[in-house]
Write a protein that binds this ligand. Structure first.
Ligand SMILES: [Ca+2]
Length: 379
């Protein structure tokens, strides 16, 4: 009898287990009993399910419009191989909804969030190791966008973490009455330009920019950090109509024909230190300046993570700003905890990557720092 009771108990566990998320397969022509379209799998799926999509032979796209209105994870059936989708790919925001898009190639397409305004929670859209030939339009209230290791044309967003991507423009848009307080991170990206109006504290770290960083407005009372970026030709603008602090440090700024390396309007308090310019270092409405380097010379190879010259060991000297090799911080994208080497190359050897580091390393208890130890595992 004991055995029977045990058996009954196991049946119960299995029954409860049926609530667990399911895997729904999508294959060309519905091979092996799979769904033949991604849309059919979305219709059949429940919150928390995974939709596992087999790339078609020759990367022929799944030609369909997707309306993702559940918490779902989309991933490839073939490891490290993208499935192509061509059509309008939309996430319908829902309170508490989490949509994970992995290894998608949005062929001649973009990915957008519909303008559905939700209340009582946020919707999170995670796009990882994906490509979109067009834009990611995710600037909808109460939508958080986390984009890692992906390539696309332009990104519009309001809140989230944008790390290790290749794109043209990043547009940060204002969000009315934001429902969370966590900061925005734009780090380790290979981009043209960042233009921002932010409703959250902003951290712009270790990006390689063809052109400028232009913040037009920032959150009242916030501390914003623009650190370790390389601006090939352009400047940093830190404007705000709201009083806030902007720390601009350890950046390489090549102003080209621009008048100044750093611009600001009167309202924000801008503190600029340990930046390097290849010409005379001049600023407009910067409140505090120290240790900025004029007419610096350097070499920087972001493909091979090598550098020399005036940027090496010339950043902020404090321990919490140290480089990954525990030497004094370098100026530019290779320096500091969010070093370029942490993000690039993306998908190297198809190995797992740690895509977000919450840094710097100092841990505070009240106003004093405490001893802490942590281990990072790339698995
Ligand atoms: Ca160093």
């Amino acid at each position: 009898m004991k055995t029977n009771y045990l058996f009954y108990a196991l049946i119960c566990i299995v029954s409860v287990g049926k609530i667990k998320a399911a895997d729904l397969y999508v294959r060309d022509l519905g091979a092996g009993g799979a769904y033949s379209t991604i849309s059919a799998a979305i219709t059949a799926a429940s919150d928390g399910d995974r939709i596992i999509i087999k790339p078609k032979i020759g990367n022929v796209p799944y030609l369909e419009n997707l309306s993702i209105n559940k918490s779902l994870t989309f991933t490839s059936e073939n490891n490290f191989s993208k499935y192509y989708v061509q059509g309008t790919i939309s996430v319908v925001p829902g309170a508490g909804r989490v949509v994970n898009i992995h290894n998608m190639y949005a062929f001649q397409s973009g990915i957008n969030a519909t303008s559905t305004i939700i209340t009582g929670g946020r919707c999170t859209i995670n796009i990882v190791n994906s490509i979109a030939d067009k834009n990611l339009d995710l600037d909808v209230k109460n939508v958080t966008a986390n984009i890692y290791g992906s390539t696309f044309t332009n990104l519009d967003f309001m809140h989230g973490k944008i790390m290790g991507n290749t794109c043209s423009y990043i547009y940060l848009q204002k969000e009315s009455a934001p429902s969370v307080t966590s900061a925005i991170y734009i780090a380790g990206n290979k981009i043209s330009t960042i233009i921002g109006y932010s409703s959250y504290p902003v951290n712009i770290l270790n990006n390689e920019l063809e052109s400028s960083i232009t913040m037009q407005d920032m959150l009242s009372g916030s501390t914003n950090i623009i650190q370790h970026n390389l601006i090939k030709i352009g400047s940093i603008t830190a404007n705000s109509d709201n009083p806030c602090i902007v720390i601009v440090e350890n950046n390489i700024i090549n102003p080209g024909s621009t008048n100044h390396e750093i611009f600001s309007n009167v309202t924000p308090t801008v503190i600029a230190s340990y930046n390097l310019s290849t010409s005379a270092f001049t600023t407009y409405n910067v409140d505090i300046q120290n240790n900025n380097i004029s007419s610096g010379s350097y070499t920087l190879d972001l493909a091979n993570f090598t550098s020399s010259g005036d940027i090496v060991n010339a950043g902020r000297p404090e321990e919490e700003y140290q480089d990954l090799d525990l030497t004094r911080s370098d100026i530019g994208p290779l320096g500091g905890s969010n070093s370029w080497a942490n993000y690039w190359p993306t998908n190297a050897g198809n190995k797992p990557r740690v895509m977000f580091l919450n840094t710097p390393r100092r841990v505070y208890l009240g106003t004093s720092s405490i001893q802490a130890e942590a281990t990072g595992i790339s698995k």
